[in-house]
Design a protein around this ligand. Structure first.
Ligand SMILES: [Ca+2]
Ligand SMILES: [Ca+2]
Length: 135
């Protein structure tokens, strides 16, 4: 969480779970730091997604705060916060290796499971192409 000065006031991790009823991810993240009462930027990092966030959000201490819905773009498989040809090359390389019944080099094939259904297949490639359409 960054304030207007750009200072990081808290850097916390936690889990979010897929909600099949709503089609989104939700979770509760505990912040065990005192935060300024001024509006903050809440940045969100989720594996295989570009980062996102909410600006000018005030956090009320000692209570559950709900941040607005954040839409993240899937496909950043090499975790450099950019979706580009390098991500595509990794996805295609892994897909071709799987077709040949070989393990992907350097990572679990589930790193490329962009739709979180537990398998890496053509559906994940299609999601990547849909997410990058127009970029
Ligand atoms: Ca990337
Ligand atoms: Ca998948």
């Amino acid at each position: 969480m960054n304030g207007t000065t750009g200072a990081v006031h808290a850097d916390v991790t936690g889990n979010v779970m897929y909600q099949s009823a709503t089609g989104d991810y939700r979770g509760t993240i505990n912040i065990n730091s005192s935060l300024p009462s001024t509006p903050l930027t809440v940045a969100v990092l989720v594996g295989n997604y570009l980062s996102g966030g909410v600006e000018n959000h005030t956090i009320t201490p000692t209570t559950t705060n709900t941040i607005p819905t954040i839409t993240l773009t899937a496909g950043d498989v090499n975790a450099d916060d950019v979706i580009d040809i390098e991500d595509y090359n990794e996805l295609i390389s892994c897909y071709q290796q799987q077709a040949a019944k070989q393990a992907c080099i350097g990572a679990s094939p589930l790193v490329y499971d962009l739709n979180d259904d537990g398998i890496y297949d053509i559906s994940d490639l299609n999601l990547f192409l849909r997410e990058t359409k127009g970029n």
